[in-house]
Design a binder for this molecule. Sequence first.
Ligand SMILES: [Fe+2]
Length: 247
Amino acid sequence: MKNLNLPTLKLDNNPDSHFESPFIEKNGLLEFNPELIKPEFLTNWTFETKLYGEIVSVDHFVITFPDRDALENYAESCRPFGAKTIEGPDLFPINFCVENVNVPSDLWLHLMTLLMPAGGLVVLDAPHAVGDQTHRFQQARGLTAVHHVALRVENVQEAAKIWQTKNFKPLSKRPLDAGTLTQWFLENPAGQIIELIERHPGNNATFDCKNIAGLRLSEDEGRREKEEGRRKKEEGRRKQVLNCPLK
Ligand SMILES: [Fe+2]
């Protein structure tokens, strides 16, 4: 994990200054405006915007590419504008962190992180194999889909209360605490994931592979819980039918 001394993004509370955003909201899901994820824009962007009616400070977000070459070409085109590579490109998790070798290969991906001049991070990912989770995500939602966007907050628990009123539900029972960062992944009924990230004072480390593993595993946990809920409902319905005196 690297300590980058990332600046705390200062929110300008004048909403008029947040017009431009790479994100477009469509039926609860986020998509990128292709024009505004070009290196010329992102390397000059403040990382402040409005999402779901809330003025937010964006910590990082993920852009997905069809393959590693496309990912590296994009990174290369950001470099002349002052973007710095801080992680990767490499295969996550096996070439990142020894502690995450137990992550199932379905969740492996090519990963690279760029630090933009404003202090925000842009994560680039690409499938590592046809049919893996990242590939399926691209097939389902296309290359302009926003897998997740992380919002830099002062207190994850407090911020989560606000996002729960916007119908975002936590994917895990409690926030993930990597010791230096606290993070919590939430999802709305449309399936959009946001991450709340609290950088502990004095430690501005970038997110590490534990966090991504946390998200991937949280997604799985969330899906499993939903699946279990659906199964129980279905069972309840079957019992009702079996017990129905009119059958
Ligand atoms: Fe993240």
